[in-house]
Design a protein around this ligand. Structure first.
Ligand code: B3K
Ligand code: ZN
Length: 885
């Protein structure tokens, strides 16, 4: 906790480091009630900063300094300056050695940053600025060093001692302790340092790189989890092959390790050669993890592995450049997942997520550019904007340059900058140089925050047989940025004739048509494109594959949307047409509810979904996606003022109406799929995900009819499924149903069966936290008393509190403000021991401007209460103060 007001840091103030650290030699003595860290740093003046020897200011927080030497001379108090955050030394020559010894307390480190304990393990999390909680250092990503790490610990409790790089020696010391030393031959910034000590088992495999080097692969877990690693191992091998095939990137060390820990602030961390993972992002087997969890494991394993090049070999100069590695790596993992599964379904899910959550961030008080200009606490900038929008920006480059041009650019980027700490500008420059293009205007995506709006109008000239599309772009003001300049917006499109056939696209001014699908670059505030040879007025299919992260508006009629749902050759846009139709229908219902009218649903949505459901040719996962109505959070995002009650009432009415109207078709598809599921052993592959997805969404609709045979089916699926995907959906539909006795019995038997599996219990908490029946807050409060719940474990907080505040809008936004009060109380508690988690949980309150004035006042009052509660971490301080500004 800090006493002074945290300071804003600006990108424009960046300066190269005064000193460099060529070698870092660390020795850790790990004990139960403290640990000792001895660091020997081989340092020199940075020649890029010129002559002279300014003071050396090392970062360090929560360290007890035991001794400090400069070139082997022990310093006395008079020789250095020490504050809460820095140790200042005064080197006498351009090359020198610094030795420090510090005492730290991993055993009481509840912030889970730096060196900490998770259960009986020691582990680390250093990104972004956690290394300074381990030893005095230049804790910034542009200081890259060769690391050697020795660990000494009790042999019995910590038989496995791991760090980055390759193992170079180990052996016993006195008192039942032992040591191990690891050397990492690649220079790296301190944020990629890792250490693990514990009683771990591992599954082992090997991977032969395309240049024929054999790499040992190990996944370390606590012994009870050894049977849940195979899926992660398969995912790792697929990732390694894919990165060779797609980017020409090989792994570089002799060993690659993943360690699963239970207490982790986020998904995983790409430490060089020693990835540390939240156990939820590693462990997966049919009985305990859903299909979604399997896909998440595959994606996160790939993401962290891909960082070995996009992040580690080429790293960030400073933290403002975070999206350089994160946006690019999310783009890489998204393409990988698309290749491993269904590309269209992956795109649909990513876009739905982006539009619901990132667009909301872009419209809120924490809105920032993909490359922010300033921050108070960098931990607050691991955001949807940096990650997901950052990935969209890289994706737009891919669209504009084409796969080949993009690959030329990435090859040049990796080759040119291997071993360097660079900027987003360097990435773009490599793309420019490799392709001979000018991306100056494109770079506005990195510097301007906010979601652009793209209004499209059409004009058909029957006499001239021309069809024009006029694009008008604008971008709303965001904090600190009132005026925005036009973006480069790639618009992928096709034009359909009345039979649903694609027309050749001949732009006026061009000599001939160029295919039937193309990408237009919209670069001006207003710009018209005219197509010739249009004998009839076509119907445009715009922004195919969601080719840019914008809010597109085109005045489609409902009949046109139904036509696109049937005929568009772009799978993503078929889904998109269905979503837009559903949005229009739901907005009607919302209006009716607000006016106190009886709700009447447009039969066209029912007809459209009936035809989707009856289409046996369609990928079942697509059918499932098309049957899913836009979520309440998305409906809130696109509302000027979100009326939570009306949104909930409208969506529930629509679901009920669809369930009743489509009952027979849903039942038929449910039964057919359930029969196949019963007869098929669990496989984590796209077509099986698809079958279960359709089966499960059908069941959740059917349950709304309350029919006895559906209850029986849900109970059968709950009791007899061999996998968590089916069992958990059955549990969820029971929990949201009026069948109280069956619900209670199912919840109890589930908890009894899985009480020793924390990740499964997280799902049990989440299902209940998401239950939209009245009384949500009371249920959540009661669950907080459950023996399996603890606020100290981030997964538990996310499973219960995060799911309640983020997904259960009707209960969280209760008109009496009880949900807000509850969340604020929790944030205040969490702030005291885990600031990163506290600050993340705060997000729903920051969106206060979206709600009616009574709710706004209640939400603001809670933010104000947090702001003045005293002892705020910089994490929570930044979010609260920006939200109230
Ligand atoms: N790079 C880490 C995130 C670290 C977050 C630190 N607060 C995981 C990832 O994006 O791969
Ligand atoms: Zn990442």
């Amino acid at each position: 906790m800090r006493t002074e007001q945290p300071k804003m840091i600006y990108l424009k103030d960046y300066q190269a480091p005064e000193y460099l650290i060529d070698e870092t030699h660390l020795t850790f003595e790990l004990f139960e009630d403290h640990s000792l860290v001895h660091a020997q740093l081989v340092m020199r003046r940075n020649p890029a900063r010129g002559e002279g020897l300014p003071p050396l200011v090392l970062d360090g927080q929560q360290l007890e300094l035991l001794s400090v030497k400069l070139d082997d001379v022990e310093l006395t108090d008079a020789d250095y300056q020490l504050t809460d955050s820095h140790l200042t030394l005064h080197p006498q020559c351009a090359q020198f050695m610094v030795d420090t010894s510090v005492k730290i307390h991993p055993e009481t480190n509840t912030a889970l940053e730096g060196l900490y304990t998770s259960g009986s393990l020691f582990c680390t999390q250093c990104e972004a600025e956690g290394f300074r909680k381990i030893t005095y250092y230049l804790d910034r990503p542009d200081v890259m060093s060769i690391f050697t790490t020795t660990m000494i610990a009790d042999q019995h409790k910590y038989p496995v001692l791991l760090s980055n790089g390759n193992p170079v020696g180990s052996g016993p010391v006195e008192d039942g302790r032992h040591w191990a030393t690891w050397e990492d031959p690649f220079k790296k910034p301190a944020y990629l340092f890792a250490l693990v000590a514990g009683d771990l088992w591992c599954v082992e495999d090997t991977f032969t790189t395309r240049s024929n080097r054999e790499v040992a692969l190990r996944i370390y877990v606590e012994p009870e989890n050894i049977d849940k690693c195979q899926h992660a191992m398969n995912s790792l091998k697929k990732s390694m092959r894919w990165d060779e095939d797609t980017y020409g990137r090989e792994y570089d060390l002799d060993i690659f390790m993943i360690v699963a820990v239970n207490d982790f602030n986020m998904g995983a961390m790409e430490n060089k050669g020693l990835n540390i993972f939240n156990s939820s992002a590693v462990l997966a087997r049919a009985e305990t993890a859903t299909d979604a969890a399997h896909q998440r494991v595959e994606a996160i394993v790939a993401h962290e592995y891909f960082h070995n090049w996009s992040g580690n070999r080429v790293t960030c100069r400073d933290w403002f450049q975070l999206s350089l590695k994160e946006g690019f790596t999310v783009f890489r993992d998204a393409c990988f997942s698309a290749d491993m599964n269904s590309p269209t379904v992956k795109r649909i899910q990513d876009v739905a997520y982006l539009r619901t959550h990132q667009f909301a961030e872009d419209a809120g008080p924490m809105a920032h550019a993909v490359r922010p200009d300033s921050f108070i606490e960098i931990s607050n900038f691991y955001t949807l904007t940096v990650y997901e929008k950052g990935s969209e920006v890289v994706g737009m480059l891919h669209t504009l340059l084409g796969a080949e041009g993009f690959r030329k650019g990435s090859d040049l980027y990796f080759d040119r900058h291997d071993g360097q700490a660079v900027t987003c500008d360097d990435f773009i420059k490599a793309m420019e140089d490799a392709n001979g293009v000018d991306l100056t205007q494109f770079k506005r995506w990195y510097s301007q925050a906010g979601t652009p709006r793209l209004n499209v109008t059409e004009h058909y000239d029957a006499a001239k047989q021309t069809y024009s599309l006029t694009f008008a772009q604008s971008c709303p003001a965001t904090p600190g940025q009132t005026e925005k300049l036009p973006f480069v917006i790639p618009v992928a499109l096709g034009l359909l004739n009345a039979n649903g056939e694609e027309l050749p696209l001949h732009l006026q001014g061009e000599s001939a048509a160029v295919g039937t699908h193309r990408v237009l670059s919209v670069t001006e505030a207003q710009q018209t494109f005219t197509f010739t040879g249009m004998a009839q007025q076509p119907l445009p299919s715009l922004l195919r594959g969601f080719s840019a992260p914008v809010k597109l508006h085109f005045p489609y009629s409902r009949d046109q949307l139904m036509f696109l749902m049937q005929h568009d050759t772009d799978g993503f846009n078929r889904w998109e047409a269905g979503q837009q139709l559903a949005v229009q229908v739901l907005q009607d219902l919302i209006g009716q509810h607000q006016r106190g009218e009886a709700l009447v649903m447009d039969p066209r949505l029912v007809a459209a979904l009936r035809s989707v459901l009856g289409n046996e040719q369609l990928d079942q996962a697509m059918v499932a996606e098309m049957l899913s109505l836009p979520g309440e959070a998305y409906l809130a995002e696109i509302s000027e003022i979100a009326d939570v009650d009306a949104i909930h009432a409208a969506r529930e009415f629509a679901r009920q109406h669809l369930a009743e109207s489509l009952h027979e078709a849903l039942w038929a598809r449910y039964q057919a799929n359930r029969e196949v599921s019963k007869a098929t052993p669990y496989v984590a592959q796209a077509e099986h995900f698809a079958r279960r997805a359709l089966q499960n969404i059908a069941l959740s609709y059917l349950m709304l009819t309350g029919k006895p045979q559906v209850l029986a089916a849900a109970l059968e699926q709950f009791e007899h499924s061999d996998n968590m995907t089916e069992r958990l959906t059955a549990l969820a539909v029971l929990v949201n149903s009026p069948f109280d006795a069956e619900k209670a019995k199912a919840l109890a038997s589930f908890a009894e069966h899985f009480k020793d599996n924390p990740l499964v219990m997280d799902q049990w908490f989440s299902v209940q936290a998401g239950c939209t029946l009245p009384g949500g807050l009371e249920r959540v409060k009661a669950l907080m008393q459950h023996p399996a719940f603890t606020l100290k474990n981030p997964n538990k907080v996310r499973a219960l509190i995060g799911a309640f505040a983020g997904q259960n809008l009707i209960n969280f936004h209760a008109a009496d403000g009880s949900g807000y009060r509850f969340l604020a109380d929790l944030v205040i508690q969490l702030n005291a021991f885990n600031p990163q988690i506290a600050s993340r949980q705060l997000a729903p309150l920051t969106r206060w401007r979206k709600y009616d004035s009574a709710r706004q006042a209640l939400m603001k009052a809670e933010l104000e209460r947090i702001r003045t509660c005293g002892d705020l971490s910089s994490d929570v301080f930044e979010v609260v103060s920006k939200s109230l500004a």
